[in-house]
Design a protein around this ligand. Structure first.
Ligand code: FAD
Length: 449
């Protein structure tokens, strides 16, 4: 096998990372891509998502942005407010994202993003989806990975492939098994934070002029308070207002590790934000009883490696993050694009029979991927955590200093809410992961000899 595009690629998970990875490989001309997903379909979470320029760049190259962008809101600024008073601490204008970074900063519905990726995948005969089918174990990591999957209503069976890419999320079975094989304990980390995700319909808000102004705006609003905040923005052509909160993880304290979501109580939710302003309360009051869902926000300690043999981790499986920088899905989709770029460049041995040499080349390309992504993604994970700590400060000197920085942000070009900070935006949004891969691949490849 001399053409890497003949390699068989298996992807575990059809979340943002898995869909992005499958599509990136297909667009590069890989001919055999199998995606295994536990759920019976895409199982859309009813929530919004921010799509920053760095991921729109990738989606555009994959040929799916036009469809996804049709429903998206082009964000023109952000307003960071004191939750208790609605007083604006800072307004950061973002009128020129496209001029600066080549692509806008948008918000959208998760289902738009996932369907756009899925529709792109469906145009590719090279991609086969296996829904209702879970990865159970990885039986061999090299030379050709062998893994066992179990269809929901069927008997387990083994699959052999050339490359196994595991985008199986924060609860990744692959990560756990890979770390155990390497002799490491795979440790999830409690962040002490949880999130409510809420979607309000336009018809529910438009009777109230202040609420209507929110859904009509091109602004992301963040109301902040001690140990909690709310972020909100319009999605779906401004027909839906998406609200995502962060608060202390009190309801999950006694839950098992496997439980990441729970039906929340509306009165508990209102209680968490009891001292927030009337505007926030009018908004939260619109949430129907019984439709409050709370997510436990978990992360993971940095891993010693993302690669073993011809198996690599992707997205939340290797760099789960708090959502405060709005980069989790973006990073997962970027991972897939970088992997496809790396694998398409693998010089394979011309000797058809030499599986060990092919496996060694695949492993080396996966290590290039890890080197390209590791420091960047872990830096963003740290920054998201730092931003959360800053946003959640209680009364005291540190908060006074933070609020002074908010007030002076136009002068010093830095905003304590790192998502909105022009210096951080420049670092993240100008990062072209595919261009970087094409520029650095040969050099990193050579160092891994
Ligand atoms: C409140 C909140 C707000 C967020 N906001 C943003 C935002 O604005 N912008 C942004 O970019 N990111 C955001 N994120 C982060 C983002 O949602 C995640 O980082 C992203 O979805 C990770 O994608 P993934 O594909 O790695 O994992 P997942 O989306 O978790 O997908 C994993 C998939 O693998 C499947 N799976 C799991 N185990 C198996 C198995 N054994 N076999 C087969 N299939 C399996 C699962 O069913 C799932 O479909 C937010 C996260 C939260 C919690």
């Amino acid at each position: 096998m001399t053409d890497p595009r003949n390699l068989r690629v298996a992807v575990i998970g059809a979340g943002m990372g898995g869909l992005g990875t499958a599509l990136a490989f297909a667009r590069k001309g890989f001919k055999h891509i199998d995606v295994f997903e536990t759920a019976s379909n895409l199982g859309f979470v009813g929530a919004g998502i921010q799509m920053p320029p760095n991921v729109i760049r990738v989606l555009d190259r994959l040929g799916v942005w036009e469809e996804i962008g049709r429903e998206a809101t082009n964000v023109k600024g952000t307003s960071i407010r004191q939750g208790s008073t609605d007083k604006e601490l800072a307004r950061v204008d973002m009128p020129d994202m496209e001029e600066k970074y080549g692509y806008p900063h948008c918000t959208g519905h998760r289902s738009s993003l996932a369907s756009g990726l899925f529709n792109g995948c469906k145009q590719e005969p090279a991609i086969q989806f296996h829904f209702s089918t879970s990865l159970v174990s990885i039986d061999l990591y090299e030379p050709r990975p062998v893994f066992t999957v179990k269809p929901r209503d069927g008997e387990p069976y083994q699959v052999e492939t050339d490359v196994l890419l595991a985008a199986d999320g924060i609860k990744s079975v692959t990560r756990t098994q890979m770390m155990a094989k390497l002799g490491y304990v795979s440790e999830a980390q409690d962040t002490g934070q949880a999130a409510y995700r809420i979607m309000l319909k336009r018809s529910e808000m438009e009777h109230d002029p202040e609420l209507r102004a929110l859904i009509d705006s091109d602004t992301v609003v963040r109301w902040i308070g001690e140990r909690r905040h709310i972020i909100a923005y319009p999605v779906s052509n401004k027909q839906i207002y998406n609200i995502s909160t962060t608060q202390p993880d009190d309801n999950f304290a006694a839950a098992t590790n496997a439980t990441y979501t729970t039906k929340g109580s509306k009165s508990a939710m209102l209680g968490v934000f009891a001292d927030f302003c009337p505007l926030v309360h009018r908004m939260l009051d619109l949430v129907p009883n019984g439709e409050v869902c709370e997510w436990k926000l978990r992360t993971h300690k940095p891993l010693p490696t993302w690669v073993l043999g011809a198996v690599a981790l992707v997205g939340d499986a290797c760099h789960p993050t708090l959502p405060h920088l709005s980069q989790g899905a973006a990073m997962a989709i970027e991972d897939g694009a970088v992997l496809a770029e790396c694998l398409s460049r693998v010089p394979l041995p011309s000797d058809h029979g030499d599986a060990a040499q092919t496996a060694a080349a695949v492993n080396r390309a996966l290590k290039v991927y890890e080197q390209l992504r590791r420091d960047h993604t872990y830096a963003l994970v740290d920054l998201a955590a730092l931003s959360g700590r800053t946003l959640h400060l209680g009364e005291g000197k540190a908060k006074e200093e933070r609020d002074r920085e908010f007030a002076e942000h136009r002068r010093n070009g830095r905003v304590p809410d790192k998502w909105a900070s022009p210096d951080v935006q420049k670092m993240i949004y100008s990062h072209d992961c595919v261009k970087e891969t094409s520029e650095k691949f040969d050099k990193i490849w050579a160092t891994l000899a």
